[in-house]
Design a protein around this ligand. Sequence first.
Ligand code: C5P
Length: 304
Amino acid sequence: MSSLTVTAPAKINLCLGVGARRPDGFHPLATVYQAIGLYDRVTVSPADDLSLEVRADDRLCVAGVPTDGANIAVRAALLLARHHGVERGAHIVLDKGIPVAGGMAGGSADAAATLLACDAVWGLATPRAELAGLAAELGSDVPFALVGGTAIGSGRGEVVTPLMTRGTYWWVVLESAQGLSTPRVYAEFDAMHAGAEVGDPEIPDALIAALLGHDVSDLGAVLSNDLQAAALRLRPELADVLAVGIAHSAHGAVLSGSGPSCLFLCANRSHAQRVAGGLGAEGLGPVSFAPGPVRGAHATASEG
Ligand code: C5P
């Protein structure tokens, strides 16, 4: 095979329960992930050395995305080669469609897609369970990007259990011009809870019931995010933005992961178009909309 393109989705958290900081610096999570139809595409071609190129249309700002060994896609390729004790090169092209530093796991999607693409292009045939282990080493959200759909996340987010749900939802995503750093939001969470007892995180039963019943208004009422208050301390203006989406008939509004992207739950595509139009009319944007759940990282094109 000469080159392979793998497409990987953005993730959102329908609930994000966060516990007290662990000794390793991470926080225990109880979350329900959903993969939604905003995508990064990763094309891997065999090459002598390892190199990376980042592309995006004008809508997305990719200036902050590193193109050296600090990029998680490069780290994914190196980790896979090291796991097999081989030295391999590749030219990796990231076509970004997921907001950068938006709380939607765009870097994790790139890492998952790179693992799959390099594995195929290099002919390594790594068993899926081993790939999931490598994914977990790369980042808390990377295993979910391999799986997609809707799933429970536990541990620090890397333990993923698929969840049976019915039907499709539509999400309006409002991006922010400036990203938020995930460690910074977690640090703010710690500061807010300093000296207080933080209970073990749990997934609300009502969320599981709403998903099983495919009840969009029940789901909207139970969306939750323990990082939201911390992110809003760093970006207070986002509280009003969430309220504007509700005023424009969204069934629910919540910050995506550590933010700053805002999510608005809609019943179907035309409802999402209406809510997106309402936000745009209030001068908010850029907005996009996407269905969920969608499948995890998968090959979309190959050559040779
Ligand atoms: O695992 P990942 O590299 O995505 O995590 C980025 C940062 O987010 C971590 O260094 C940590 O500061 C924070 N984090 C956390 N608890 C988690 C996941 C991430 O504190 N469960």
